[in-house]
Design a protein around this ligand. Structure first.
Ligand code: ATP
Ligand code: MG
Length: 764
């Protein structure tokens, strides 16, 4: 076991004199060293498995660690203290529930439960929810707990903070009354238990002779204090981490813990591992070069014996849609060449990006699994939105009715709903039909809700599907609701992505009435105007109700959320955010959406710390790949039904060109503006410099020739008019078919990028 390690790794595994800090880059074997050390302690040092405590960050990592230990040792690892911070705290609190002043059966609140609890308090105490948005209250409470502060200890002077503290106090009392704890409470309560009960803490300090922590760079202050509490005078702490992979600052993670740990415990016992065993040279050196742009690093080198390997393949595509298709085509090729599906990962920066990728995988019939996050159509906000749409299609859908009748809150309480359910049961009608039987104020709130849905149903007869979805998000109050939530922005992004999904569905449907065998692209080239030829969507006359676009879209949503998810046992391509990929590795990694504003995320670009954290995230992403790394980007991406144009991520440019193999023309070569009408001179210039511009499958970028959509030849210089934006000049055109789009300089509103198939343009 030890023989397989390099000298530094085995030094770390067999370290004997005191605490140690293993500071090392990605893929250098930190996790392997930690696991091997546990086995070595048990086998060679005859340490009882009960004397060992090991903490990791995710349940998956904890499970993996246990199974690795089990594979090396004939012991029952089930009882070992190997787990996440939350898991281990839970265990301690269950064992000492009386001292922790909790019922033995205390329940753990997840985020949604916690919000509901806060709302009840705000309501009971007559707090104005607009002044004290429940999400803000939740963040406030969580942050105070992460600082270890109970209400009495919070320093508050101004009236607003004083009120917040008051809510915090009420919240605590309510949780205590109801016997529930939230996630932050698990840790804080456990810490207090240990700090206040010398008997208990001494017991554990004596018991845990070895405390091992993986991913130490992502611990927060409270977690560090917790570890300090458990470590007794004769315990040894063993922490492994990589400051370059610290990606949870937004949740209070503190890289400074590594510096403190060295000072407090591991002085003179810092071991660096510099050999990387995971990735080939090009991948590793590219990641090293990227992270070198960060400052204030603890500094380390990483090298590999594995040879150069392949360069990173970079592909720029015209749209997110083509990007997803291209990725899926590559995935299929890799599988055909013998790579196992579960050795392939597709990573993205934000959850909303998964939808387009999921769709492409689903259509291709490739099993996939989304990790550490829900699949698009299973996310809470999407389910709420779909419930509204289902009701719009049929007011009798009781499940959907119950889901959203009081979401966002409209003062329809549990008692009213009970009453309504009774009425519906008595008269055997769907809930909506029993509404009239509920009297009083509650009754009129219910009537109002039904009115809202009926107006949407009316609108569904005339509005195109995507506009209906947009309208629903607005009038239901979902948009306003998530706008007021401090961390609602991701949910808003997802809702907007639903509008995009509806738009795409709309366009696809509009082609489906055409002769079989014709692809949209062929149609686009052959017919004068496919968008006019197609049956108008949402028009009531002649359209069978059951086949309305709305109903068809809902069926599509259910199907997409139903089958494609692979069972646990099935080999599946792995989809996940970069955050959830921490610590994992794959033969092939696709890093998608490498556009400025997306990755680095637009919220981070203007702050130095924010950008550095994004860069660490990029470093984590790149170093997940063993053999092959792809980086893909899309020139345009449809967000909220509007096309948005981006340039390549600055992170792509930070990678030295010798590590990259551009499969499309380099992104930088594609940036051009041409105000002049098309001329032979222009196309000549372009064909010499832009060779390979349209190499990607389907990337039929036709800038020089112009693009034909609906019988109109769009090209630079063309004068057009738009019903909203007024008159303008076409600057660039690109894509074809569904993806055809133009940048247009409008006299009044400036440059906009529009999808030519959708925008209602008139040629002047
Ligand atoms: P990360 O920073 O991403 O968490 P890590 O430092 O924890 O990475 P590991 O996951 O432990 O790295 O190891 C990376 C890969 O290298 C694993 O597949 C591991 O089995 C392998 N590896 C580590 N050390 C050796 C070694 N001495 N010989 C062969 N393979 C090794
Ligand atoms: Mg690791």
């Amino acid at each position: 076991m030890i023989e397989q390690l390099n000298p530094y790794q085995s030094q770390a595994v067999t370290h004997e004199d005191g605490h140690a800090l293993i500071l090392a880059g990605a893929g250098s074997g930190k996790t392997r060293v930690l696991t091997t050390r546990i086995v070595w302690l048990i086998q060679q040092k005859l340490i009882s498995p009960h004397a060992i405590l090991a903490v990791t960050f995710t349940n998956k990592a904890a499970r993996e660690m246990k199974s690795r230990i089990a594979a090396m040792l004939p012991i029952n690892v089930g009882g070992m203290w190997v787990g996440t911070f939350h898991g281990l705290c839970n265990r301690l609190l269950r064992a000492h529930y009386r001292d922790a002043n909790l019922p033995q059966t205390f329940q753990i609140l997840d985020n949604t439960d916690q919000l509901a609890a806060i709302k009840r308090i705000l309501k009971a105490g007559n707090f104005d929810e607009s002044k004290f948005p429940p999400r803000d209250v939740l963040r406030f409470i969580a942050s105070r707990k992460e600082e270890g502060l109970r209400p009495d200890a919070v320093q508050a002077q101004d009236p607003y903070s004083l009120r917040m503290v008051e809510i915090y106090r009420l919240y605590e009392a309510q949780c205590q009354r109801e016997g529930v704890v939230d996630f932050a409470e698990l840790l804080l309560r456990c810490l207090e238990l240990l700090e206040r009960n010398p008997v208990i803490s001494q017991h554990y300090q004596q018991r845990f002779q070895h405390i091992l922590v993986d991913e130490f760079q992502d611990t927060n202050r409270l977690q560090y204090r917790w570890l300090q509490c458990l470590a007794g005078p004769r315990s040894f702490m063993f922490a492994v981490g990589d400051d370059d992979q610290s990606i949870y600052a937004f949740r209070g993670a503190r890289v400074g813990n590594m510096v403190d740990f060295e000072r407090d415990y591991a002085k003179g016992h810092v071991i660096r591992l510099e050999q990387n065993y995971r990735s080939y040279g090009h991948i590793l050196n590219a990641a090293n070069a990227l992270i070198a742009n960060n400052t204030e690093r603890l500094g380390k080198n990483l090298w590999t014996e594995q040879g150069e390997g392949e360069q990173i393949r970079v592909m720029e595509l015209a749209s997110d849609h083509e990007e997803a298709q291209w990725v899926v085509d590559e995935v299929r090729a890799l599988i055909r060449d013998g790579m196992s599906r579960s050795d392939i990962a597709i990573l993205y920066r934000s959850n909303a990006q998964s939808r387009v990728l999921e769709h492409a995988l689903f259509t291709s019939g490739i099993p996939y699994r989304v990790y550490g996050g829900l699949r698009f159509f299973e996310r809470q906000e999407i389910k709420h939105a779909l419930a509204y749409l289902r009701l719009t299609a049929s007011l009798d859908d009781d499940n959907s009715f119950l889901r959203v009748v009081n979401f966002p809150a409209r003062g329809i309480g549990a008692r009213t709903l009970e009453n309504l359910t009774d009425q519906a049961r008595t008269y055997s009608t769907p809930l909506a039909q029993a509404v009239a039987r509920v009297a009083g104020k509650a009754g009129s709130s219910l009537v109002q809700f039904c009115g809202l849905i009926q107006r949407l149903t009316e609108a569904s007869r005339t509005l195109p599907l995507s506009e209906l979805v947009d309208e629903m998000i607005e009038v239901s109050g979902l948009r306003a609701y998530y706008q007021t939530q401090r961390d609602g922005s991701e949910r808003l992004e997802n809702l907007e992505e639903l509008v995009t999904a509806a738009k795409v569905f709309e366009i696809e449907q509009s082609f489906s009435g055409l002769p079989a065998g014709l692809t949209p692209r062929q149609i686009n080239q052959n017919s004068p105007d496919p968008f006019e030829q197609a049956p108008a969507i949402g028009q009531a006359d002649g359209v069978d109700e059951a086949l309305s676009p709305l109903v068809a879209f809902l069926a599509h949503a259910s199907l997409e959320s139903g089958d494609a998810q692979a069972d646990d046992g099935t080999q599946a391509v792995q989809l996940m955010t970069v955050h959830s990929a921490k610590g994992l590795e794959f033969d092939a990694v696709f890093l998608t959406g490498l556009e400025d504003g997306l990755f680095p995320h637009e919220n981070s670009i203007h702050e130095r710390d924010g950008l550095q954290e994004e860069r660490r995230l990029m470093y984590v992403a790149m170093t997940r790949a063993r053999e092959r790394l792809y980086m893909t980007l899309a020139q345009s991406r449809m967000l909220h039904g509007q096309v948005r144009y981006s340039r390549a991520s600055r992170f792509v440019e930070e990678v030295p060109p010798e590590h990259l193999k551009w499969l499309s023309a380099r992104a930088a070569d594609n940036v051009w503006l041409d105000l002049a009408p098309m001329s032979t001179a222009t196309s000549g210039r372009r064909s010499s410099s832009g060779a390979g511009f349209s190499q990607g499958p389907g990337a039929t970028t036709t800038m020089a020739r112009g693009v034909e959509v609906g019988g109109v030849q769009y090209r630079a210089g063309l004068q057009v008019s738009h019903p909203r934006f007024g008159e303008g000049t076409v600057l660039t055109v690109s894509g074809a078919g569904l993806d055809a789009q133009a940048q247009i300089n409008f006299a009044d509103v400036g440059v906009k990028t529009l999808a030519l198939g959708i925008a209602k343009l008139t040629v002047l």
